[in-house]
Design a protein around this ligand. Structure first.
Ligand code: IVH
Length: 692
């Protein structure tokens, strides 16, 4: 991360002025987000993105301690309290916790403790708790009565939120056993359980009211309500984690103080103890496994020296205790820089942008490539090469760019352009209007799409070369014997080589070549279908063949000509047109034709449109085809297809389990055609129906 803000070595900014400029930029950005978060309760980036920015500043401050800015927010806990609430100075400052992220860092934390402890106190027992993801609150009970509740605020001064915590259902208002204790201060976390958060957001969403980014923000927003009735309606909960004043003398450890809190009626989250780093690690691992199934959110484990007297001996650093640390789960977000975008071509021709990142650790894994999905996503994010981005990776989910840090954008960024030609085969790239996915038009030629195109070409419903199995085809592709479908018809030239391949004897090669030869005698619809044009299935191939009757006419046709073909819409018309206007595809097609492919001239059926002027309805389940296909055939024969039976209906095509439409047709005396009769009708009109 140390060169996060530099593009490359040439621009490596090690000069003091540059470091200070980076620090100032980060400080100002953090301050803006602090204010939005702590004072306005309206964060504009998520917690992890914020943490990543803060980590970046901390890294610079560690690397260049002399340049640390006096107003750095890394020294502060939170932000100034909101003026509308009464401000209360804490009797004892409410501090923060240091962080560790790995077993090594945990061991270093434990070593630092051992280094400060006497020989007799080495390897003290540790107590481990859940790090609850809510807000720290201090509660004061006077003679057992809840007297005051205060937020952490900036650690020194917080806000009086007594009116709002009184309605938290699991927070005891009276502690009968503490009637004799003048002042008892309990600290803990107010949070919103996941189920309550989901419900609140759903209900607020339905009412068109504000929804919250996460349970923590929802809890914070609820505690900051000036109207206690609003807070009372929010599903909050309190978990105690320490007694800071008034603890009975017999309680000597952190774990006992949690038991004590429990005995008083406070809810306390699960905890454990261990004297070894391995034991602490085991607790952490167990918690990490159950994290997702917990009813509330946590972001790690808090590790505390169990003995309260040792805690006292160890004392505090400026903003955190020496005797405790947060062993946090790997951040699922990090910020880094987008260095470049490369375009990958998928097997069906779609172009996928892949972001090349300055390597960054996210969720415990180093990420240097990230899919940007499609051009639409780049536009949605407003992303440019050189931008500082937030990358998210949760669990095993693939990493994702979730946001662009516009605050950190400098003028060295450059726009991400969709390539005009395919990076693999240089054919034209098209991005149909309103679509997010760009595609290479060189379907027959493009190496990225070749395997898919080859397998489709030989398949049974296309050229039907049954003697050339998929495995051999792929093998020939990998041997570079077959790169495009036209090469299939030149395989005979490599006969001798083929016979030397293991598993391919003379006989099988002969059979294979004979099957290839046989396939040359085909039909125009099969050939069109075999070309694998996007959106052109068998039924459309048939419609094209019957509409144009001549292959050369199809090659010359305009988009408007294609739109006149039944079943062909704007997108398919464009796809077909682009396909036949790719120079590369045409090279392959010319070679195919030159190799001797032939088909009977397609006579447009006896009458082109024998069902002209008729209106048909299709109902029930057909066994030979889907209803859409049947509809396309009918339309190709000139019929209109309607969704409901009326006295104007010419015929009802009724498949299995036909229901009310069949009844209505019987009542109205409409001609009823069975599937068999329909197939005969199609056959009579030269329409091919596959029999798979
Ligand atoms: S003890 C002096 N225990 O973490 C240390 N804190 O980053 C006092 N937190 O402000 C904190 N779960 O809001 C402690 N089991 C736990 C905790 C916990 C969550 C929060 C708390 C605190 C922050 C420090």
């Amino acid at each position: 991360m140390s060169d996060l803000l530099s593009h490359d070595d040439n621009r490596h900014k090690t000069q003091e002025t540059d470091v200070v400029a980076q620090m100032r930029l980060l400080i100002n950005t953090l301050k803006k987000h602090n204010h939005a978060y702590y004072v306005l309760d309206n964060p504009t980036i998520d917690d992890e993105q914020y943490d990543a920015l803060r980590q970046r500043l901390l890294a610079l401050e560690t690397q260049f301690p002399d340049l640390k800015q006096a107003d750095s927010p890394t020294d502060q806990v939170g932000d100034k309290p909101l003026a509308a609430f009464t401000q209360i100075t804490h009797d004892i400052a409410m501090l923060s916790l240091g962080n560790v992220f790995s077993f090594e860092e945990l061991s270093a934390f434990i070593k630092r403790i051992n280094d400060r402890l006497d020989t007799k106190n080495q390897n003290p027992e540790f107590e481990m708790e859940l790090k609850l993801d809510g807000l720290a609150v201090s509660l004061k009970y006077v003679h057992g009565q809840l007297y005051q509740a205060v937020t952490r605020g900036d650690g020194r001064v917080g806000e009086d939120i007594t009116h709002n915590v009184r309605s938290i259902h699991n927070l005891p208002q009276v502690l009968p056993e503490c009637a004799g204790i003048g002042l008892l201060e309990v600290r803990g976390e107010v949070l919103m359980p996941k189920a309550g958060f989901d419900r609140l957001n759903r209900e607020n969403g339905e009412r068109g009211e504000k929804t919250f980014a996460n349970p923590r923000n929802a809890a914070a927003g609820s505690l900051r309500q000036l109207n206690p009735a609003v807070a009372a309606a929010r599903p909050l909960a309190f978990f105690g984690y320490s007694v800071n004043q008034g603890l009975p003398n017999h309680v000597e450890t952190q774990s006992d103080s949690l038991e004590y809190l429990r005995s008083l009626g406070f809810e306390v989250a699960p905890f454990g103890t261990s004297s070894t780093p391995q034991g602490v690690q085991e607790f952490y691992d167990d918690v990490a496994k159950t994290r997702a199934s917990l009813p509330f959110e946590i972001d790690g484990v808090v590790v505390k020296v169990n003995s309260l007297s040792l805690q006292n001996d160890l004392g505090f650093l400026s903003r955190e205790p020496r005797w405790a640390t947060a062993y946090k789960f790997a951040a699922e977000s990090a910020i880094t820089r987008l260095l470049a975008v490369e375009w990958q071509v998928g097997r069906t021709g779609q172009l996928t942008p892949v972001g090349k990142l300055e390597p960054v650790s996210v969720g415990g894994v180093t990420v240097s490539n990230v899919t940007l999905h499609n051009f639409g996503e780049i536009e949605r994010l407003g992303l440019m090469v050189g931008d500082v981005v937030s990358v998210h990776r949760a669990g095993d989910v693939i990493p994702k760019v979730t946001a662009v840090m516009l605050d950190l954008r400098d003028n060295a960024v450059s726009p991400i352009d969709l390539p005009k030609t395919c990076p693999v085969c240089a054919s034209a790239v098209i991005l149909p209007e309103g679509e997010a996915l760009a595609r290479c038009t060189g379907g027959l030629y493009c190496a990225a799409q070749s395997k898919e195109a080859l397998v489709h070409f030989v398949s049974r419903r296309a050229m039907d070369i049954d003697g050339l199995g998929e495995q051999w085809l792929i093998k020939f592709f990998e041997m570079q014997l077959v790169r495009t479908v036209a090469d299939i018809y030149e395989l005979a030239e490599h006969q001798d080589l083929l016979m030397t391949l293991e598993g391919l004897g003379e006989k099988s090669v002969k059979n294979m070549l004979a099957a290839i030869e046989r396939s040359k005698n085909t039909t125009l619809p099969r050939f069109i279908f075999a070309l694998g044009i996007r959106g052109v299935g068998e039924s459309t191939a048939l419609n094209l063949a019957q509409h144009f009757t001549d292959f050369e006419a199809i090659r010359r046709a305009t988009i408007d000509d294609f739109l006149a073909v039944p079943d062909v819409g704007e997108i398919t018309a464009r796809n077909i047109y682009e396909f036949f206007h790719s120079t590369h595809n045409n090279e392959v097609i010319d070679r195919l034709l030159a190799s001797g492919l032939m088909w009977q001239a397609t006579t447009a059926s006896m009458s082109d449109t024998p069902l002209d002027g008729q209106t048909w309805v299709v109902t029930g389940t057909l066994s030979a085809m889907g209803r859409d296909e049947a509809k396309a055939h009918l339309q190709a024969l000139g019929a209109k297809v309607s969704g409901s039976v009326s006295s104007k209906t010419s015929a009802l095509l009724a498949g299995e389990k036909a229901g009310s439409k069949l009844e209505k047709a019987l009542v109205l005396n409409v001609t009823i055609i069975s599937e068999d009769e329909f197939l005969q009708l199609l056959a009579q009109n030269g329409r091919m129906v596959s029999t798979e």
